[in-house]
Design a protein around this ligand. Structure first.
Ligand SMILES: Cc1cc2nc3c(=O)[nH]c(=O)nc-3n(C[C@H](O)[C@H](O)[C@H](O)COP(=O)(O)OP(=O)(O)OC[C@H]3O[C@@H](n4cnc5c(N)ncnc54)[C@H](O)[C@@H]3O)c2cc1C
Length: 379
């Protein structure tokens, strides 16, 4: 029997499992293949909701679902945080001590924030990249009357590269709606010499920030935060005082990947088209754990899932594995005042944001609901 093991019950792992269950329905029914998804908690969380949680616009019942409900009945769900992958023995080892043998292994364990890597950030900074962080930021924003709010991109790469821009635009709208914008200075900082790592998005975003009176600081590499003085200190020797800091912390893939010799500098190196882990036959990685010149975005994990599922199914069925990932990425960008734009790009084509509109904002809100269908592999 062909053993297929998927690690991670986020968007990438869930879509891969469901597509494989469809493609390999006959093999699973005949006992020739088994699909097992191993994850670390019984609930599935839709992370893009956290941006809205910070503004009180989404509640847990909208962004959490039992993982089992999202999976095809032919997928076996195992809740057992992975401790390591024994690549020599071709088995996954769970924290429970149980082992899960594999012929085909798909790593989709996502990324996480590591604020502790920046001195002072955990004590003095807020963030919206976790559920708890977003809920706390909501409280801070309700209480905030006047002063300097800094949105600072500290760690790159990070999940959803456009989310800090969305946060800046939405803060501007939030304080305007409350009649407090003239008492709030908004500052957006970015580590390279433009406001976003993608030149086309940076070119679009710079005048949008300026038009809203949001001051920008580029080449701004945060070294430490001084929690007493409430100042950000940079590698370049600058000091930026703040009353409220929204810092995007450094990210990393889960530590078990490095401990298993599968991650280099925190991330898993893969072939940019087949998504096979370099130097490891039969192991694939997709979504946030990978190091590729694409966004750490749910859409990317979704597109990659269809490539990996098609190729693993082909291998199980003895067909050539021909599916290729072309770098396709799709991201909505909230621009505040119930408006949004979107970008669609790939390895060859750069993004071209379109004029923000209410229609696009409503499309993003609709997608937030339709996500539960896409996770099931329906759309
Ligand atoms: C605030 C915010 C806004 C965002 N907005 C957007 C957006 O608008 N559009 C967009 O496309 N993307 C957006 N994203 C990014 C998107 O959520 C991620 O890129 C996407 O979830 C990555 O999918 P993934 O499957 O790689 O990882 P995840 O969805 O993070 O899933 C990883 C899974 O692995 C599990 N796991 C972790 N460690 C272990 C372990 N040791 N053992 C077993 N299981 C483990 C986790 O619990 C989780 O179930 C946003 C993210 C944030 C934080």
């Amino acid at each position: 029997m062909e053993e297929i093991v998927i690690v991670g019950g986020g968007v990438g792992g869930t879509v891969t499992a469901n597509l494989l269950a469809d493609e390999l329905a006959a093999e699973v029914a005949a006992g020739r293949a088994r699909i097992r998804l191993i994850t670390d908690k019984p609930e599935h969380v839709y992370k893009p909701a956290f941006l809205y949680v910070a503004f009180g616009k989404m509640a847990p019942k909208e962004y959490r679902r039992p993982q089992r409900e999202l999976l095809h009945p032919a997928v076996e769900l195992i809740v057992d945080p992975v401790e390591r992958v024994d690549t020599a023995g071709r088995q996954v080892v769970g924290e429970s001590g149980k082992t899960y043998p594999y012929h085909h292994l798909i790593l989709a364990a996502g990324s996480r924030v590591v604020p502790e890597r920046t001195p002072g950030l955990a004590e003095a900074g807020e963030q919206f990249y976790t559920e708890e962080g977003a809920a706390r930021l909501f409280q801070r924003l309700q209480e905030f009357e006047k002063g300097t709010v800094v949105v600072s991109v500290i760690g790159v790469p990070h999940m959803c590269p456009v989310a800090p821009l969305e946060m800046a635009f939405m803060l501007d709208a939030f304080f305007r709606e409350r009649g407090r914008r003239d008492q709030v200075e908004l500052v957006y900082t970015y580590p390279v010499n433009r406001v976003h790592s993608n030149p086309a998005i940076a070119q679009w975003a710079a005048p949008e920030l300026e038009a809203r009176g949001i001051r920008t600081e580029t080449f701004f590499n945060v070294e430490r935060i001084d929690p007493q003085r409430r100042v950000i200190e940079t590698v370049e020797g600058n000091a930026l005082p703040f009353h409220l800091l929204i810092g995007i912390p450094e990210h990393t893939a889960p530590p078990f990947l490095a401990a298993s010799g599968l991650a280099v500098d925190g991330w898993v190196p893969v072939d940019r088209n087949t998504l096979e882990v370099k130097g490891h036959e039969g192991i694939y990685a997709l979504g946030d754990v990978t190091v590729l010149p694409v966004s750490k975005a749910g859409s990317v994990a979704h597109y990659q899932a269809s490539v990996v599922a098609a190729n693993v199914a082909a291998r199980v069925q003895g067909r050539p594995a021909t599916a290729r990932y072309d770098g396709k990425t799709f991201c909505f960008i909230e621009t505040g005042n119930d408006q949004a734009t979107f970008v669609e790009f790939d390895y060859q084509r750069p993004p071209k944001p379109v004029r923000p509109s209410r229609w696009i904002h409503w499309a993003k809100l609709s997608y937030n609901q339709a996500y539960w269908l896409t996770a099931r592999g329906v759309m």
